[in-house]
Design a protein around this ligand. Structure first.
Ligand SMILES: Nc1nc2c(ncn2[C@@H]2O[C@H](COP(=O)(O)OP(=O)(O)OP(=O)(O)O)[C@@H](O)[C@H]2O)c(=O)[nH]1
Ligand SMILES: [Mg+2]
Length: 661
């Protein structure tokens, strides 16, 4: 579903009234997120106050809130070199700096993947990971957890000149012997690292840094935007982490082409080997940008002729990439940046930058909103439902008690005794049931242990060692092919087991609910099913990725085994994340379907005991019947209020993005 925001409001001509739709929508999105955080906080205090929460729930809510606060909208730029990725970032996001913030020049500029973000715990700075770390088995993501390996340079945000100077560090290169470059598993545009006839002592330029993070307090970044700028095809091939995890994790991936070059062979290579597969699971965020349309402008030509020629090129691009024409955005980053700096609306319109910005701020942000909402619902939706079920069963039994006590009015003491006796029998019968249930409970706990073992780290280690064994130390495309067969066969098997065992657990829980409902009138809850689909499609994507990788040109390198090893390591690390995610989700699912029944079973016993105690009090004249009736009425009213609160909270979770402000 796509919500419309205030930024959508247009005047009669249909022009947006707001100047920066992206900033506005990010604001609205941020507000929605903040309100949700406040709601969840209020909900948690309410749970604690009503005695409805437990330590594990509290921890989960805490973790969820923490991750919601850190939530980011990430946009990645991918292209062959010199298509204008960096210029596009400057134009869309940083034009208010009134100059080029990131270095963009003819020829190869960006040397390493660069993330631009803002974490308020850090001072403005750039963090750089040395290229030599490629020799280790750690992924960039793993290095992010260990900041000692990074060089940090402070950014002087007061001076644009100082900043631009510091940022130039990112694009630095150094001269090393060909042999050293080979040992780092780098590739070279002219294939000289692969060419055996090149003297290994010859000097070549290589990037100084493997990865850069810019921490910069720009308003958009403060609102949670994060941008990934990437270097061209060579780096995409040699740093498999980009295609395996960074691009798939981005909410939007902009693939940049240039109108003056058209779609070249290497552009297609980037598209087919990296962008298409990486964005397979979120096509909404895949955007093709046809940059440099100003090269088609000609002073003499009429606007209409230019328009036609741009249109033709858009159609051609869509055809070659095999995407819809609507997903190709013709722009001029350079003129757009200039127009924004000079405040020239005519030039800005000609640059068509606004269309692209609209796309990011509507579709991409809406998809992102849906994603976060799903995450929150899956984390605490079950928890709220469990609370709701508990309240319902309290309400049921309190209402039943009220009815029974009301029926005592004007009755003799013997009726009272009879009632107490019946409740005692009910209690004995119930206790028997609960002790029988202990067997089922043990069975459930065993089944869940087995279920969790499929996606445990031990299971992953076994899978990886099976894979390695099948490759027999052969770090070649042939070895990789065998290895990947074993690997993906293993992941499929595990997914099948998870699927089968979650069904088993659910069936058992269903039957428990059914029995307690029929026999003892406990609230009937319909436990949710567990879906392995997201994990299955992630492995499918990795599989296609592995196949594409095997057939990609980077495989002609002499240091093939190096690249394959790197790929293998990254794949393992990506698989570990997916195993972890799946495990976490199954755990949370199991908890969400079991907690309500366990709590209800416990509660029901307490309720019967309380009712017996109350009847005793009435019998011994410790409580007056009318007083008791009115206190029960009070409880019923309170429980109804609690019920209302959980309903409201569930409704809020499902609410759409607000209509701006
Ligand atoms: N005419 C024209 N030139 C542009 C446009 N956008 C970028 N350029 C120029 O193209 C060259 C490359 O731009 P960059 O932004 O550095 O390209 P990149 O994709 O980041 O390139 P690498 O960092 O080398 O991978 C620069 O000289 C830019 O000034 C545009 O819209 N029109
Ligand atoms: Mg660049």
């Amino acid at each position: 579903m796509m919500e419309r925001l205030a930024a959508d409001i247009t005047d009669e001509e249909g022009t947006p009234l707001t100047a920066n739709p992206l900033a506005d929508r990010l604001d609205a999105y941020g507000d929605w997120r903040d309100r949700l955080v406040a709601d969840i906080n209020a909900y948690q205090s309410w749970l604690a106050q009503e005695g409805l929460s437990d330590a594990e729930d509290e921890l989960r809510i805490f973790e969820l809130l923490d991750s919601v606060k850190r939530d980011k909208l990430s946009v990645a730029m991918v292209a062959e070199f010199s298509r204008g990725k960096t210029e596009l970032i400057n134009a869309i996001f940083f034009s208010d700096y009134n100059r080029r913030l990131l270095p963009s020049t003819p020829g190869r500029t960006t040397m390493c993947p660069t993330e631009i973000q803002y974490e308020k715990e850090l001072d403005p700075c750039i963090m750089l990971l040395p290229i030599e770390t490629r020799k280790t088995a750690l992924t960039i993501n793993e290095y992010k957890h260990d900041l000692v390996h990074w060089s940090t340079l402070p950014l002087n945000t007061e001076s644009a000149d100082d900043m631009a100077d510091t940022l130039r560090e990112i694009i630095k290169t150094k001269k090393v012997a060909v042999a050293d470059a080979r040992s780092l598993g780098l590739s070279h545009p002219d294939d000289i690292f692969a060419d055996e006839s090149v003297n290994k002592n010859d000097k070549v330029d290589i990037p100084v840094w493997r990865h850069a993070i810019i921490n910069y307090p720009h308003p958009l970044l403060k609102k949670g935007l994060s941008i990934l700028d990437t270097p061209g095809l060579n780096a995409l091939g040699t740093e498999p982490e980009l295609t395996l995890s960074m691009l798939p994790n981005a909410h939007a991936v902009m693939f940049v082409l240039a109108a003056d070059t058209g779609v070249t062979r290497t552009d297609l290579e980037v598209w087919n080997s990296h962008v298409r597969v990486a964005t397979r699971n979120h096509v909404a965020g895949r955007i093709a940008v046809l940059n440099k349309i100003d090269t088609l402008w000609d002073e003499i030509e009429a606007d209409e002729t230019i328009s036609k020629s741009i249109n033709r090129q858009v159609e051609e691009t869509a055809r070659v990439l095999n995407v819809k024409k609507q997903s190709v955005f013709p722009v001029s980053a350079q003129k757009g940046l200039l127009a924004k700096i000079k405040d020239d609306p005519t030039l800005l319109r000609r640059s068509r930058l606004n269309d692209l910005e609209d796309k990011i701020s509507s579709d991409v942000l809406a998809a992102k909103h849906a994603l976060l909402r799903e995450k929150i619902i899956s984390e605490i939706g079950g928890m709220i439902q469990a609370t709701a079920a508990l309240i319902e069963s309290r309400l049921d039994s309190t209402s039943a008690e009220l009815e029974q006590i009301q029926s005592l009015r004007g009755k003799s003491a013997s009726v009272l005794s009879e009632m107490t006796n019946r409740l005692r029998e009910q209690k004995a019968h119930y206790e028997q049931e609960v002790s029988n249930f202990d067997v089922t409970r043990r069975m459930l706990s065993d089944q869940i242990k087995i279920l969790l073992s499929h996606m445990s780290l031990k299971s992953l280690d076994k899978l990886i060692s099976d894979t390695r064994y099948s490759m027999q130390g052969s770090w070649t495309t042939q070895g990789l092919r065998k290895g990947m067969e074993v690997f993906f066969h293993g992941t499929t098997k595990r997914m099948e087991r998870v699927n089968r065992d979650t069904k088993k657990v659910k069936d058992l829980v269903d039957s428990v609910y059914e029995r307690f409902h029929k026999e003892h009138g406990l609230a009937r809850v319909r436990p949710a099913s567990f879906s392995v689909l997201p994990y299955r499609s992630e492995f499918k994507r990795l599989n296609i990725e592995a196949e594409t990788f095997r057939n990609s040109p980077v495989m002609v390198m002499t240091e093939q085994h190096f690249v394959i090893k790197k790929f293998f390591i990254t794949l393992g690390s990506r698989a570990r994340d997916t195993f972890n995610d799946c495990n976490r989700a199954t755990k949370s699912w199991a908890r969400s379907i079991l907690t309500p029944i366990y709590t209800q079973i416990r509660e029901h016993k307490v309720m019967i005991e309380r009712r017996i105690a109350n009847l005793e009090k009435i019998k011994n004249n410790h409580v007056n019947l009318d007083q008791h009736i009115s206190s029960l009425e009070q409880s019923v009213a309170n429980l109804k209020k609690q019920q209302e609160m959980t309903r409201r909270m569930l409704a809020r979770l499902h609410q759409g993005l607000p209509r701006g402000h």
